[in-house]
Design a protein around this ligand. Structure first.
Ligand SMILES: *Cc1c(COP(=O)(O)O)cnc(C)c1O
Length: 378
């Protein structure tokens, strides 16, 4: 039997411009280590996001790790972090032997709840930093969060790994916190095959990120080190891929938004299904389109995922909240609600990430929505 064409959640979409920049690197022998693609990719991200300064790194995780170091996070420090996220948001807190305290989501954007954050500050008045995620590309309640954090004088590290090109009140996500990060992992809105970016308005922080990312050499003729460094820089080849992708970022965003609208339209007649919410103050990149099933709904997320998988269609559960992860079992968590199930756990229980690959054809989309609707109309 012929294998059915795989429909992906979110796979790389290449255009040819990437090859041009990579070829240039080969022709000039700028294969490694750094080189013009890295410098240009950084300045192109600076121009695009108006972030101030940018350092190209080997991954989004590396960017979060260096970001925490730059904010002075050390052993024993408390760091507040969004619970509903991918573990890469929080693992670097533990690399530094700091202590994560997980903050619940609010239902309006699925991101960090300002109410839960306030409660967390009552319990832990002196966290070293707050890691704020913009889940699936939807901007968080940034005004409220920034206001709380500045009142407490605590810096925000914005994990905009999924949210490159999303804006909030016209300003790019990733540029609100003292430090922001983006990811160019293979399934993100643009890719370098693997990579990340650390951004900040403070040039000194970004310069220091570049130093730490290249083994922390002192400014001496010989190899001298006064700090522990890392090998976290992006290669000139990968940066070439990123430059080619960046040309097409707005196009990718428009295609992702179209996918979201198509799902929204297709499911508008089914009361049991709602879409992942948008922030009215923002413009999301709709990296992944997700659905939330009504409480007590007859169809379960796993039924939807299994049915689609049988047709070789990739879906994904909502990120399992960090406070429910075995590896973080000892960590504290602050619920948005006064009692009962948390908002993040509830979203995890009732949500599904749908295929959001911008190469999906109209036919693919019709197949996906048709199959899901059929489950509800049985
Ligand atoms: C992908 C992702 C990361 C990690 O980025 P990598 O480039 O894969 O290291 C961090 N946080 C979130 C929310 C992500 O989705």
């Amino acid at each position: 039997m012929e294998e059915k064409k795989r429909i992906y959640l979110s796979s790389p979409t290449m255009h040819g411009d990437e090859q041009r920049f990579v070829n240039e690197a080969f022709e000039t022998n700028w294969v490694a280590p750094l080189g013009p693609n890295v410098n240009n990719f950084e300045s192109e991200i600076e121009d695009y996001t108006k972030c101030g300064y940018a350092a190209a790194l080997s991954s989004g995780t590396a960017a979060i790790h260096l970001g925490l170091k730059l904010l002075g996070v050390k052993q024993g420090d408390i760091v507040f972090a969004s619970s509903l996220t991918f573990s890469a948001s929080c693992n670097p807190i533990v690399y530094e032997k700091a202590i994560p305290v997980f903050i619940d989501s609010e239902p309006d954007t699925w991101n960090m709840s300002p109410q839960a954050l306030e409660k967390a500050f009552e319990k832990y008045p002196n966290p070293k930093a707050v890691v704020l995620v913009h889940l699936y590309g939807t901007p968080a309640k940034i005004d409220e969060i920034m206001d709380i954090c500045s009142r407490h004088n605590v810096p925000v590290l914005e994990d905009a790994a999924e949210a490159l090109s999303s804006t909030y009140k016209g300003k790019h996500t990733g540029t609100f916190g003292r430090i922001g990060i983006y990811s160019f992992n293979g399934n993100k809105i643009i890719t370098t095959s693997g990579g990340g970016m650390l951004v900040s308005e403070e040039e000194s922080l970004v310069k220091e990120a570049r130093v730490l990312a290249t083994q922390a050499r002192d400014a001496a003729r010989h190899y001298q080190h006064s700090k522990i460094g890392y090998n976290y820089r992006m290669s000139n080849i990968d940066a070439g891929v990123g430059r080619g992708q960046l040309i097409h970022l707005e196009e990718h965003k428009a295609a992702k938004k179209k996918i979201y609208r198509e799902y929204e339209q297709a499911f508008s007649e089914i009361d049991d299904i709602s879409m992942n919410p948008m922030n009215p103050k923002g413009d999301a990149n709709n990296w992944l389109s997700c659905i939330l099933l009504r409480e007590g709904c007859r169809v379960t997320p796993y039924e939807i995922m299994d049915a689609l998988e049988a047709e070789n269609i990739e879906t994904r559960p909502i990120w399992k909240p960090m406070h429910l992860q075995p590896v973080f079992a000892g960590c504290d968590f602050v619920n948005h609600n006064d009692s009962g199930i948390s908002v993040s756990e509830d979203i995890f229980n009732r949500g599904v990430c749908l295929p959001s690959d911008i190469k999906n054809t109209d036919e693919d989309m019709a197949k996906i929505t048709g199959m899901i609707k059929a489950l509800f109309n049985k």
